[in-house]
Design a protein around this ligand. Structure first.
Ligand SMILES: [Zn+2]
Length: 302
């Protein structure tokens, strides 16, 4: 018998590897007739400087203390939104995959706990092409993990990472991001579909341009009946500085001033409309609401 990826995965599903802990679906809400769930890809372990170096260093200690954060190391959750309306099974981003860091790339177990096999996913919608969002496109065998899914990406995001000059202009620290994104994108080059700001990507799911964190970052507005939610990706990238000091530059953002403007616009809108959001790196499963708190905001999970 030839060991193909599919038979291997079927075997793996029937007899889970010892020690593999199932990760439960973390949060859920209803959008009309559909359900919106989050599933965990694990968490990242990043040097604190990746986020904090660009922030006002004299005011930073008070923020770190308020949230019990370390200046040296941050460990953000990675929560993928999963939308199911009975016809479409839509995954927003695909996580880190096996090659980014050992604490992430857990999506297959989490989907399994939610009753979803990789081949059940009909559509993958990308917010952006950073490693923790797109490297999971390829499995351990370097083949597309979600092989039945149609992949869709914002046109501007695709163009940025597809451009051969990006690897030379993005900066040494992130050159690997560019190489890694391109390699995954080449795997879907012939089948990927593009969208632009305002497009209804699928029934009830509209693209919202939120450029800044990356040059073509996209959020998604979900509507059904009287329900709505916004999948914000990394446009609101954490529950601390992004909410308490949205006007501070984040080291994680590509175009920092555009990212600030987008973050402030989204927070104001989400608080005013009391619209639930799903943030990829927000805690407690990433699903919650935005509340005003003085001249800043607060994330309320659940
Ligand atoms: Zn991210």
């Amino acid at each position: 018998m030839t060991l193909s990826r599919r038979t291997f995965m079927a075997g793996a599903a029937a007899a889970p590897l010892a020690g593999a802990l199932p990760r439960l679906a973390l949060a859920e809400m209803t959008i009309g007739e559909a359900t919106l769930t989050t599933v965990s890809d694990g968490n990242l372990v990043l040097p604190g400087g990746f986020v904090f170096d660009t922030m006002p260093q004299d005011e930073l200690p008070a923020l770190l203390q308020e949230f019990g954060l370390s200046r040296d190391r941050v460990t953000p959750e990675c929560n993928l939104a999963l939308y199911r309306d009975g016809t479409h099974t839509v995954l927003f981003d695909v996580g880190s995959g096996p090659d980014f860091m050992p604490s992430a790339g857990k999506i297959v177990d989490s989907l399994d706990a939610a009753g979803v096999a990789p081949e059940d996913v009909t559509h993958v919608l990308f917010t952006h092409a950073h490693p923790d969002h797109i490297w999971g496109l390829l499995d351990d065998f370097d083949e597309p993990l979600f092989y039945e899914a149609t992949c869709l990406m914002g046109r501007a995001e695709w163009d940025y990472w597809w451009n051969p000059e990006t690897v030379d202009t993005i900066g040494e620290a992130r050159a690997a991001f560019a190489v890694g994104a391109k390699r995954r994108m080449e795997a879907i080059e012939d089948s990927v579909e593009f969208f632009d700001d305002g497009d209804e990507v699928l029934p009830g799911i509209a693209a919202v341009a939120t450029h800044g964190h990356t040059p073509g970052h996209m959020a998604f507005e979900l509507r059904g009946g009287s329900d709505a939610a916004l999948v914000v990706g990394d446009a609101i990238g954490n529950h601390h500085a992004a909410f308490r000091k949205p006007h501070w530059e984040s080291g994680a953002d590509h175009d920092k001033q555009s990212a600030i403007a987008v973050r402030q616009m989204l927070l104001d809108r989400l608080a005013s409309e009391q619209m639930p959001l799903v943030g990829f790196h927000l805690p407690q499963g990433g699903m919650g609401r935005v509340e005003r708190d003085g001249d800043a905001y607060r994330f309320v999970g659940g």
